[in-house]
Design a protein around this ligand. Structure first.
Ligand code: ADE
Ligand code: ZN
Length: 334
C-alpha cells in the first residue's frame, strides 16, 4: 500500500513524453458546454453531470459517436487554441515535457471548418507552452479510416501549406472493417512528402491489421497494438524491429478491450521485449490524463519501479524528437 503510494508519487514527478493523445479527446465537458453556449449549439445534454453520465461505453464505436458529437462545438480559431492550451496545461501538471498530439482534420473540414481555422489555434497554444514553460510538442495529422481513401488524399492535399507544422500522419476511428491496407496509397504519398507515420491497429482489430500497418503503411509506431500478443510471429517482428506500441490503459478498460485493469496485458508485452509506452488517448472521455494512466497500472497490476522506469524511458525513445534531444532527456532520468 505504502509502496504503491510511493510509486505513484515517483512516476508523477518523472519527466515523461506522451505519444498517443487525440486533442479532440481532451475536450472537457466544461469547455464543451461553454463553447456550445458561445455558438448557440444544441447538445443533447443539460448539465456537466449529464455529459459525464453519457460516457459509459461498451466498445470503440459507442465512444466515437459521442466524441464526434462533442467536437461539433469547435468552430473558431480561439476554440482550438483553448482546447490545445488546456491540454498543454494538464501536461505541465503531470510533468509531460514533450507530447505528440493527434488531430482529426476531417472531423472539422466535414463541418466546413478548415485548416486555416484550426491550425493557427493549435500552433499558437503550442508555441506559448514552449516559450513559457519550455514544453515541446509536435502534431500528428490523423485520417479517419471510416471515410474513403479519396477523402484522406484530399485532406493530405489540403494540408499542403501547413506541413512544416506536422511531423507525421496517423490513422484512427472505427478499426473493424477498415484495415490499414485501405490507406496504402495515402501513406505512400505522406512518406514521399517526408512525413513520419503511425496507425491505430490491434485495438479492436486482429493482428493481421498490425502486420498491414507495419508492412504496408511502413509505420514508425503502432497505436494500441495490444492484440499483437495473439500472434507470436508478430510479437517477434515488432521486437526485432523495435516498433513501439503506444498503449492506453484507461482507454482499453473504458472501451472494454479488457474488462478490468487487472487483466491488462501491458506487463506481458513489456516482458516479451516490446517497446511499450503509456498514454492517455482521449483523457476527458476515459477518466484521466497521463499520470492517472500510470496510477491505474500501479493500482491494479504487479508493476514495479524497474518496469515504470523502462516505460518512461521508452516514451522518449519512441518519440520523434531528434537523437540529441532524446539523449538529453534520457540522461535526466534517474
Ligand atoms: N479516435 C479517438 N480515439 C480513438 C481510439 N482510441 N481508437 C480509434 N480512433 C480514435
Ligand atoms: Zn487513439
Amino acid at each position: 500500500m505504502v509502496m504503491k503510494i510511493k510509486l505513484k508519487d515517483w512516476v508523477a514527478k518523472q519527466p515523461k513524453a506522451e505519444l498517443h493523445l487525440h486533442i479532440e479527446g481532451s475536450l472537457e465537458p466544461e469547455l464543451m458546454m461553454s463553447l456550445a453556449a458561445k455558438h448557440g449549439i444544441n447538445l443533447p445534454y443539460v448539465s456537466i453531470d449529464e455529459v459525464k453520465a453519457a460516457y459509459d461505453f461498451h466498445n470503440l464505436q459507442s465512444f466515437l459517436d459521442l466524441y464526434y458529437l462533442g467536437a461539433s462545438v469547435l468552430l473558431d480559431e480561439d476554440d482550438f487554441y483553448q482546447l490545445m492550451f488546456a491540454y498543454l496545461q494538464k501536461c505541465r501538471e503531470d510533468n509531460v515535457v514533450h507530447s505528440e498530439i493527434m488531430f482529426d482534420p476531417q472531423t472539422h473540414t466535414e463541418r466546413g471548418v478548415g485548416f486555416e481555422i484550426f491550425m493557427p489555434g493549435f500552433v499558437r497554444a503550442m508555441q506559448q507552452a514552449e516559450q513559457e514553460w519550455g514544453q515541446s510538442s509536435l502534431l500528428i495529422m490523423s485520417f479517419l479510416r471510416h471515410l474513403s481513401e479519396e477523402s484522406a488524399l484530399q485532406t493530405l492535399a489540403a494540408a499542403k501549406n501547413y506541413l512544416p507544422h506536422i511531423v507525421a500522419v496517423g490513422l484512427d476511428s472505427s478499426e473493424l472493417g477498415n484495415p490499414p491496407q485501405k490507406f496504402a496509397r495515402v501513406f505512400a504519398h505522406a512518406k514521399a512528402l517526408g512525413l513520419k507515420r503511425v496507425a491505430h491497429a490491434g485495438e479492436e482489430g486482429p493482428p493481421a491489421y498490425v502486420w498491414e500497418a507495419a508492412n504496408i503503411l511502413d509505420v514508425h509506431r503502432i497505436d494500441h497494438g495490444v492484440r499483437s500478443i495473439e500472434d507470436a510471429n508478430l510479437v517477434e517482428h515488432l521486437v526485432v524491429k523495435q516498433i513501439p506500441l503506444t498503449v492506453c490503459p484507461l482507454s482499453n478498460t473504458k472501451l472494454k478491450v479488457f474488462e478490468h485493469m487487472s487483466q491488462h496485458n501491458i506487463l506481458t508485452l513489456l516482458d516479451q521485449g516490446l517497446l511499450v509506452t503509456v498514454n492517455a488517448d482521449d483523457p476527458s472521455y476515459f477518466g484521466g490524463y497521463l499520470n492517472d494512466n500510470y496510477h491505474a497500472l500501479i493500482e491494479h497490476l504487479d508493476i514495479n519501479q524497474e518496469h515504470l522506469k523502462q516505460i518512461v524511458k521508452n516514451s522518449f525513445i519512441a518519440s520523434f524528437l531528434s537523437d540529441e534531444v532524446k539523449q538529453a532527456w534520457l540522461d535526466k532520468l534517474v
